[in-house]
Ligand binder design. Structure first.
Ligand code: G6P
Length: 590
């Protein structure tokens, strides 16, 4: 899972490619590399670490044509040797995806005397294309990729093929663009930064980029004519806006993100297709990964409470391999910030095959998930750069609560209004500054437990994930009532507990769990929307009271201080919360 970029035009390729890599670094950042063709000869530079490490080594590379890559390791440790581009026999390749039969293909190549210089699954692609090259690069790419099993988006340079880049896609995203040269990239913002017209490749298609033109081809190499994508990237502001980190800046954007993502689905004709789907919905399955899964957990609770429609929520990687039962009339909601998460896309495809209608809730128009889905509800969080999702989680909740509210209406029930939520989130954000003080104690602990019940359980899961992601502290989110059935054994002086109570109806019950952990010597920090709760039990400084809010929507508020706590703890540890080790923002492989 990685980012790839390519350029051919009248300018020097290296600075453009490095700029493109910086835009794609959210997809992986353990190593990076670049290849250019200069006077017909390949030049390859690679570095372990972030794109920044590559800049000084590569920016002076000559050549008006090149390809580049930023990596998140799947096969082979992060190292210079395993960084892309991989080259063999005058062919250089950058690859995003996983080649599942790489071992078998590599053995074939080795049997005919070819040597490999990396442990990656990707290098074999360069070998296959080099073996197939007889003067026509696109034909060689077609022949070489025909042998591949798995997923790929590739860009290929070849000595002796002229000033062309060939590209192919199956299962991983790839866009090509033209205007001021020709480009290719793994996502729309990177492609649109250097091109006026951008085209999305579909699975099984190929592209040929020259200085003056971009041509698309189908599986039989028959040329395809396609309309360019319509896009508006105005909201793609990328600076840190005075904050030290993107994560904190993106948290500041939470109220706007919520405001922009709440929709009255019943009131606007542009949502007619979604309304028609919801009118036919009696059973819902939600599939998602990571933070998006947690928004699904919150949505299940909200949809069931408000609309009384049964909802099953699954981690997409589990759903896709368990032969799920999809009764007739099931609506599958696939939630994904990026719209590129491989497991979520596979789960959505499987659900469709089994007859479900798929509704995508995603932050990225023209993502792979929007291609698969029958209908889409876009969230409007704006571009999120920090790997740990913050404002996009809130946007997902806002969109999913909008669905819950519309569905309740369809079922003849009433749902509380969503309109005050952005202002409440603004207030919660301001109050959350106080958890900076808690971070000192959290940073000294061995492990941290987040507990909540009902709506608060989703918040507990997300609070714990955030802390793990950016501070690397062991942590677990747990249903408050279940704690005593095992996890309580781990709680003590060095294992604080964060209790979340956004739902007044279960306040007393969750407080029982608080008493249980207090009596085992653990420090408890309480995040609540219930005025006065915890007073007399906990020290004042260990209670954060947020504005009062309908319990069903309370994760929109209670998760804010938990994100803040994770952020402040990472900063205390001197870690970079924007780029946690081993993680990537968009996981495009399974
Ligand atoms: C990765 C990211 C998470 C994200 C998850 C799902 O693991 O690091 O922050 O929640 O993927 O991503 P998606 O784009 O599908 O929401």
């Amino acid at each position: 899972m990685c980012g790839i970029v390519g350029y051919v035009g009248r300018k020097r390729a290296a600075p453009i490619l490095l700029e493109g890599l910086k835009k794609l670094e959210y997809r992986g950042y353990d190593s990076a590399g670049i290849a250019t063709l200069d006077e017909g000869k390949l030049h390859v530079v690679k570095r372990k670490g972030r794109v920044e490490e590559l800049v000084s080594a590569a920016e002076n590379l000559e050549g008006n044509i090149g390809i580049a890559h930023t990596r998140w390791a799947t096969h082979g440790a992060p190292s210079e040797r395993n960084a892309h581009p991989h080259s063999y026999g005058g062919v250089a390749v950058v690859h995003n995806g996983i080649i599942e039969n790489a071992g078998e293909l590599r053995a074939e190549c080795e049997a005919r005397g070819e040597t490999f210089s990396s442990e990656t699954d990707s290098e074999v692609i360069a070998h296959l294309i080099a073996a197939a090259f007889r003067g026509e690069l696109l034909a060689a790419v077609r022949e070489g990729t025909a042998r591949l099993k798995g997923s790929y988006a590739i860009a290929v340079l070849c000595e002796g093929a002229g000033n062309v880049i060939a590209a192919a896609k199956r299962g991983s995203p790839l866009l090509v663009g033209k205007g001021g040269g020709s480009v290719l990239a793994s996502d729309l913002p990177a492609a649109a930064a250097f091109a006026e017209k951008v085209y999305a490749l579909k699975d099984g298609e190929f592209a040929l980029l020259t200085e003056d033109d971009v041509r698309l081809f189908g599986g039989e190499l028959k040329e395809i004519v396609r309309d360019p994508l319509k896009f508006d990237l105005k909201e793609e502001g990328a600076g840190k806006n005075g904050f030290s980190h993107y994560m904190r800046k993106e948290m500041a954007e939470i109220p706007v993100s919520i405001a922009n993502s709440i929709v009255d689905l019943k009131a606007q004709s542009r949502f007619l297709a979604i309304n028609i789907v919801l009118c036919q919905t009696y059973y819902i399955q939600i599939v998602a990964c990571g933070t998006a899964y947690h928004s699904g957990v919150a949505a299940k609770a909200a949809i069931e409470a408000l609309a009384r429609v049964p909802v099953e929520v699954s981690v997409a990687s589990e759903y896709r391999y368990r032969d799920p039962i999809v009764p007739k009339g099931t609506l599958v909601i696939a939630v994904s910030q990026s719209g590129e998460t491989a497991d979520t896309i596979a789960a959505a495809k499987l659900a469709k095959e089994k007859g479900a209608t798929v509704l995508a809730v995603t932050n990225v128009a023209y993502s792979s998930l929007t291609e698969v889905a029958d209908v889409c509800l876009l969230t409007h969080a704006g571009r999120e750069i920090a790997v740990a999702a913050t404002k996009s989680f809130m946007a997902q909740l806002a969109a999913l609560y909008s669905i819950a509210s519309a569905l309740a209406d369809i079922k003849g029930r009433s749902a509380p209004s969503l309109v005050s939520l952005p202002a409440l989130a603004e207030d919660a954000l301001a109050r959350s500054e106080r958890v900076k003080g808690w971070a000192q104690a959290i940073a000294r602990s061995k492990s941290v437990y987040f507990i909540g019940r009902g709506f608060d359980y989703a918040a507990a899961l997300e609070g714990s994930l955030k802390l793990k992601e950016v501070s690397y502290l062991p942590s677990e989110g747990y249903p408050a009532g279940e704690l005593k059935h095992g996890t309580l054994a781990l709680v003590g002086e060095h294992s604080p507990v964060i209790a979340i109570i956004g739902d007044e109806k279960v306040a007393d019950k969750t407080m029982n769990a608080v008493f249980e952990v207090l009596s085992r010597g653990a420090r408890v920090f309480l995040v609540t929307t219930v005025e006065g709760l915890g007073e007399g039990t906990l020290p004042k400084e260990d209670i954060l009271t947020l504005p009062a809010c309908e319990g069903v929507y309370s994760p929109l508020l209670t998760v804010i201080p938990l994100q803040m706590l994770a952020y402040e703890t990472a900063v205390l540890f001197g870690l970079d919360p924007d780029k946690p080790r081993n993680l990537a923002k968009s996981v495009t492989v399974e």
